[in-house]
Design a protein around this ligand. Structure first.
Ligand code: ADP
Ligand code: MG
Length: 671
């Protein structure tokens, strides 16, 4: 089969062996399947899907929705020799679930059961059950709006309401209608959710019936903090060891934190502290869990805990509903999550650690009662809980929509303002997105005034061909003019993976010293490029990565991503060339994509963003932290104690005006 995005990573073989080694026999797996709560609803579900166009399924996490329903449909031949898609908001979930289901089917993943996530397609012509990220199905819809290859689309984890899922709702609904109107094979839609508030979904899909799966949930004792915690990370560590001290071995702990760096540092601290404990305590197995973690490492989370020891899993909200982990008896909920927030009025787009909703808190709590009664330690007070939002605001109402609008336009939906969203984003944020796309040259000026009939420009179409944020896609496209595609592919690939730096907390100075030779006076993007070049010249040597405090895994992943971006750029016939050691072309390309993320030094020595006039600072991890360049562009804003610019590059203010004359001319006039 054709694999535009395949991964030759040697880890997949290892992964397979690991899975078979630890998995049970085929017979045992079949018995396990039949014991899942979903099994008893099988007949009813099949009848409903047979009879009606759409169905909604609700069931607690672990009841068997994701692993079983696609199999039921397949076994009942309802796929009609086409594909059954099951979409996931996260790539990890798509991959681990596909592994599990392949094992249940006694097959290798990538055959009957496969997965497809950004930069990694594990399907072939035999695949019938395809787990995929919602983003990937959306990209397929651009090439084929009626989704011909699919007979059934299952939109899983619908309660998460990610932007992609929300857009997919509209896209599959339109595809279903189109196919009906044209007398083609019907497209069946199944929406699956772990929470009860589904009236919304049902209404949206023509009053589709709702099937409730009776789950097994044991009581969970909820304990609140007695007073507000100023440092949730510290509070989490203290609580881990409190539980560790009191609870019998083999009662595993799941801790919810917010992101990779924080999780890695917590894992390290827990391991360090555990080393100093007396021998009387059970040994601790500490595992991180987050979306960017390579699959091989993620699998450790699912391995049974050795007898007499205790597993501590430190996870992002990924463990809230989308992956099932056995043996969890204690949940430690910091009540925090890293989420996007966007204000169309101010144009401010940032990633911020914030409070979860009450619904999320209950999902986290539920993880402790899957197999037996458990306990949940909430590191916030009961009144604080009371002040949380009941439900999370759908992401589409709190993120920059430039990427979504670009995709809608690429799908041929010209009237984005009246797209059939389940929950409409504000008109302001849709218009702001159009404005940004106009600045980036993805839609034409004249068209923008006559809204309703918008079309992508040639540049816009090329931007949509990349599975990237429009700003990053633009960076690649302008490389043509500056003769530096080689460098820009590397930089964009590096921006598409998690940090390539490895900075252990207790060896911060050593790490910084070791990497000093790579630091570019022009900023982080060029520093990263230097690291990548050195990494390549040492053939990706592990020893070299170790000595230089860089993250070899993420560098390797970046090399993979780069290869695939290169394939797309070849298809678009972008000329491959290099600017050598001259950094100006590179910084001009970065400016052409990131001009909206620009900031200038103020008189008092602080920075303000140029378009939104927000006070910002250079992130302490930046190679420019101690410098004060007059004008910079950055990759993203992260709000912690301050609003920080991450990945900063020194640019010439004139380049900004060159890159987006309209954007900056207008600004000058208004100030
Ligand atoms: P749901 O989608 O309703 O949350 P799943 O279909 O993901 O439920 O999981 C059903 C059951 O399948 C789990 O309770 C667990 O026993 C098993 N399971 C799922 N994924 C894995 C895995 N990666 N490894 C081992 N068992 C798994
Ligand atoms: Mg599921």
């Amino acid at each position: 089969g054709k694999r535009p995005f395949h991964s030759p990573s040697p880890q997949s073989n290892k992964k397979q062996k690991l899975m078979n080694g630890s998995a049970h026999s085929y017979v045992q797996l079949q018995e396990e399947r039949q014991q899942l709560p979903i099994y008893s609803a099988r007949k009813k579900l099949l009848q409903q899907v047979q009879r009606l166009a759409s169905a909604i399924v609700i069931g607690e996490t672990g009841s068997g929705k994701t692993t079983q329903i696609p199999q039921f449909l397949y076994e009942a031949q309802m796929h009609r020799n086409h594909l059954i898609a099951c979409t996931q908001p996260r790539r990890v979930a798509a991959m681990t679930v596909a592994e599990r289901v392949a094992a249940e089917k006694g097959a290798e993943v990538g055959e009957l059961v496969g997965y497809c996530v950004r930069f990694d397609d594990m399907t072939n012509e035999n695949t019938r059950i395809k787990y995929m990220t919602d983003g990937m199905l959306l990209r397929e819809a651009i090439l084929d709006p009626i989704l011909k290859r699919y007979s059934i689309v299952i939109l899983d984890e619908a309660h998460e309401r990610t932007v992609h899922t929300d857009v997919l709702f509209g896209v599959v609904k339109a595809a279903q209608k189109q196919r009906k109107n044209r007398g083609l094979m019907p497209l069946k839609i199944i929406v699956m959710s772990a929470t009860m508030d589904v009236d919304h979904f049902s209404q949206y899909f023509g009053d589709a019936p709702v099937l409730y799966i009776q789950g097994r949930q044991f009581p969970v004792e909820v304990l609140y903090a007695t007073e507000p915690q100023s440092d949730y990370l510290f509070a989490a560590l203290v609580t881990v060891f409190q539980v560790h001290k009191d609870a019998p071995p083999n009662e595993d702990i799941l801790v919810f934190l917010t992101g990779q760096e924080e999780i890695e540092s917590a894992v390290k601290s827990i391991k360090d502290i555990a080393q100093d404990l007396s021998q009387d305590y059970p040994p601790l197995v500490v595992c991180p869990m987050y979306a960017a973690l390579p699959a091989y490492h993620q699998l450790r989370v699912f391995q049974p805990t050795p007898k007499g020891s205790r597993k501590v899993i430190v996870s992002t909200n990924i463990a809230e509903t989308s992956v099932t982990i056995h043996g969890i008896k204690h949940v430690i909920d910091t009540g925090m999550v890293k989420a996007k927030s966007y204000n169309a009025g101010s144009g401010l787009d940032l990633l911020r650690v914030q409070r979860v909703s009450q619904a999320q808190a209950w999902q986290r709590t539920g993880r402790a009662g899957r197999e037996a009664p458990g306990s949940c330690y909430r590191l916030y007070t009961e009144p604080e809980f009371g002040k949380m939002n009941i439900n999370a605001v759908p992401e589409i109402q709190r993120c920059n929509l430039a990427s979504v609008v670009l995709q809608l336009l690429a799908l041929g939906i010209s009237d984005v303002l009246s797209f059939d969203f389940m929950d409409k984003p504000s008109k302001d944020s849709l218009e702001a997105a159009l404005q940004q796309l106009e600045w980036l040259g993805a839609v034409a000026v004249a068209d923008c005034s006559a809204q309703g009939k918008l079309k992508l420009t040639a540049v816009g179409k090329q931007m949509a061909a990349f599975p990237l944020d429009p700003k990053l896609a633009k960076i690649l496209l302008v490389a043509r003019e500056h003769n530096c595609l080689d460098e820009m592919l590397t930089i964009v690939a590096l921006l598409s993976v998690e940090s390539i730096l490895h900075t252990p907390q207790n060896k911060r100075d050593e790490a910084v010293a070791a990497r000093k030779k790579f630091v570019s006076p022009d900023g982080d993007h060029l520093t990263m490029l230097n690291i990548y070049r050195a990494y390549k010249s040492f053939n990706g040597s592990k020893q070299w990565c170790f000595e230089n405090y860089v993250n070899g895994r993420n560098l390797k992943l970046a090399a993979e991503v780069r290869k695939q971006l290169h394939e797309i750029s070849c298809r678009l016939q972008l000329p491959s060339n290099s600017c050598g050691r001259d950094t100006t072309p590179i910084r001009k390309c970065l400016t052409a994509g990131l001009f909206m993320n620009s900031a200038e030094l103020q008189k008092e020595g602080k920075y303000a963003t140029l378009i939104t006039r927000k006070a910002v600072a250079i992130h302490p991890s930046s190679s420019l932290f101690m410098c004060k360049p007059a004008c910079v562009v950055y990759t993203e804003l992260v709000q912690t104690t301050k609003c920080y610019m991450r990945d900063v590059c020194v640019v010439d203010p004139d380049w900004l005006t060159e890159a987006a004359p309209k954007c900056f001319k207008k600004k000058k006039m208004s100030t």
